[in-house]
Design a protein around this ligand. Structure first.
Ligand code: AMP
Length: 143
């Protein structure tokens, strides 16, 4: 299957759809998931187009994981997480719903279950606040 440049993350990258941005560099963008499975649930995407990991240019993966590493440490600090879940789905059969490669960064707390995948839309004011907490942790050098 081929890449469809009308997917929602491609639109976010082109600035056609807004997002709560937490981090951006030359090769990647990180923003809040609008249906967070946990407070602080963040997505990290490459700017280079691919449906998922399977058709990605291997050269896009180094910068992607570097950003995941940076953002995961910031989210862990911002949300006082006990652990971090890093998740990535490939094709619908594996749970993928948006077909531009993305990595889920999820803070986990002992004994606190995750909310459902693509469950309820979060309040935008809350997402904005959460993004600010993560940006502050990044600014303080959490990585
Ligand atoms: P996946 O099932 O791995 O493809 O996950 C796609 C994720 O994108 C889900 O967790 C959705 O909640 C999230 N999502 C969908 N639309 C948006 C959007 N416009 N901004 C941020 N996150 C989104």
């Amino acid at each position: 299957m081929s890449y469809d440049s009308n997917n929602i993350f491609a639109k976010i990258l082109r600035g056609e759809v807004p997002c709560h941005k937490v981090y951006e560099d030359e090769h990647t963008l990180a923003f809040m998931d609008v249906m967070p499975q946990a407070d602080g649930h963040t997505l990290v995407i490459p700017k280079m187009s691919s449906r998922n990991l399977l058709d990605a240019e291997p050269k896009a993966l180094g910068s992607l994981m570097t950003s995941v590493h940076k953002v995961a440490n910031a989210v862990k600090q911002a949300f006082g997480a006990d652990g971090m879940l890093i998740q990535q789905f490939n094709e619908a059969a594996a749970g993928q719903t948006v077909f531009h490669l993305h990595v889920h960064v999820l803070p986990r707390h002992e004994g606190r279950p995750l909310r459902p995948h693509t469950g309820r839309m979060a309040d935008h004011a809350v997402l904005a606040q959460h993004a600010e907490r993560i940006r502050a942790a990044l600014g303080a050098g959490a990585e």
